[in-house]
Design a protein around this ligand. Structure first.
Ligand SMILES: *Cc1c(COP(=O)(O)O)cnc(C)c1O
Length: 404
């Protein structure tokens, strides 16, 4: 099993105190912490091989290009994409969803339907609303139940030949629900709809297999999987990426340019205009190596243990309610205490060195569903411990005593 103390030593951020207390970091669903291996790889890139890629014949440019393309291959393998040119470097999940939504404008017409779910992050809602405004297509929402699960019979009922794309998260950031995406993809394909999976919350916990899932697009952020901010991956099936128009124009994405006509580069470069986050792209590969070395099976097993322990311990607190109670969920606990605003609890426990998220978690429709202003959200990673959960429980009890 995992040697958590050894793992924690990889994370310099835990060497310090916050507000005079050892840092208990339970905001992993917002961003993960970074191990020394990743931090040093980023510094080493700038110390040793910094140069622009795909352009120069000089040695450093080739080294940088090779490292960048090697990272792409590593990520292709990690998600089991069929071709490396189906793996696009992007700046994060938000960028990837906007890229696809923007491209779909050329495929949609009046009265076509775009289907999102009630469990989505704002970045998987707003780009599609913008698309619908532009094209006259209709936004259709798969509803959820009290447990924070999508209602499967409603999904089946809403699908039709009008549905052109279904876009749904693999795992909900606000509640932790794991959606039955493989089944959903199969159903969507039966009516001829494409499917985009927002994997931002799934990739920290599991290794997605895009060929097995048979999704058309899969998108995730580097910063949630121990990688740098401003990095991410959009996987797209070759056919779709060939059909989709480019998102941004500029250098790198062209084959030939004249004032009369420009032709676009082959995949993946067609979607990678301009100088990318070269260091970030390379180091994202380092982060994935780091996680694979620990092993996703080990990570998932340990995080499930933390989830179960955290759930039981928090429920000891009278008046505490957990939102998101599906039996298919990951290590995210969203909760409130009767009669107390989540913000007040969050502020007090921060003074005790405990970092949780408070608010709507970029998922206001979910909060509206439960008729609450927001929740406290504790999200656990493989470097967290049961002792830290005990500290959280104690801090929440203290905050409750002060506020009630
Ligand atoms: C974090 C997150 C996003 C947005 O990711 P960015 O890195 O901010 O672009 C989208 N969807 C889900 C489910 C998320 O957790």
């Amino acid at each position: 099993m995992l040697d958590i103390q050894k793992i924690r030593n990889d994370f310099p951020i835990f060497y310090q105190k916050v507000n005079g207390k050892p840092l208990v970091y339970f905001d992993n669903a917002a961003t993960s912490q970074k191990p020394t291996q990743v931090i040093e790889a980023e510094a080493n890139y700038y110390k040793e091989i910094n140069a622009n890629i795909h352009r120069g014949v000089h040695t450093l440019s080739q080294l940088a290009t090779d490292a960048y393309e090697a990272s792409r291959l590593k990520i292709q393998q990690h998600i089991n994409a069929k071709f490396s040119h189906e793996v696009l470097f992007i700046s994060g999940t938000t960028h990837g969803i906007n890229l696809v939504a923007n491209g779909f404008a050329s495929f949609l017409k009046l009265d076509d339907e775009v289907m999102v779910s009630a469990l989505e992050h704002h970045s998987n809602i707003v780009p599609w609303q913008m698309l619908c405004e532009k094209t006259g297509a209709k936004l259709v929402v798969i509803p959820m139940n009290e447990n924070g699960e999508l209602i499967q019979s409603e999904y089946e009922r809403l699908l039709s030949d009008k549905t052109k794309i279904v876009t749904v998260n693999h795992i909900s950031n606000a509640l932790g629900t794991i959606n039955p995406i493989k089944w959903m993809i199969e159903k969507a394909h039966k009516v001829g709809a494409a499917v985009l999976i927002d994997g931002a919350q799934a990739t920290p916990h599991l290794k997605p297999d895009v060929q097995d899932l048979d999704c058309d697009f899969y998108v995730f952020s580097g910063h949630k999987i121990c990688g740098p901010t401003g990095t991410g991956i959009l996987y797209g099936k070759e056919d779709w990426l060939n059909k989709l128009p480019p998102y941004q124009g500029g250098g790198e994405m062209i084959a030939t340019v004249s004032f009369e006509k420009t032709t676009y580069a082959e995949l993946p470069h067609k979607f990678e205009a301009g100088t990318p986050n070269i260091a970030g792209g390379i180091v994202l590969g380092t982060a994935i190596d780091y996680l694979n070395e620990i092993g996703f099976d080990n990570i998932a097993a340990y995080e499930n243990e933390l989830l179960e322990y955290g759930t039981n311990r928090l429920l000891e607190i009278e008046g505490l309610k957990i939102y998101g109670t599906s039996n298919q969920k990951t290590s995210v606990i969203s909760f409130n205490i009767d009669g107390i605003h989540p913000y007040d609890v969050g502020t007090i426990i921060d003074k005790l060195g405990i970092a949780v998220r408070t608010g709507h978690h970029c998922a206001q429709p979910i909060m509206d569903f439960y008729k609450i202003p927001g929740t406290l959200r504790a999200s656990f990673a493989f470097y967290n411990t049961k002792e830290e959960i005990d500290a959280l429980v104690q801090a929440v009890k203290k905050a409750k005593m002060m506020l009630l």
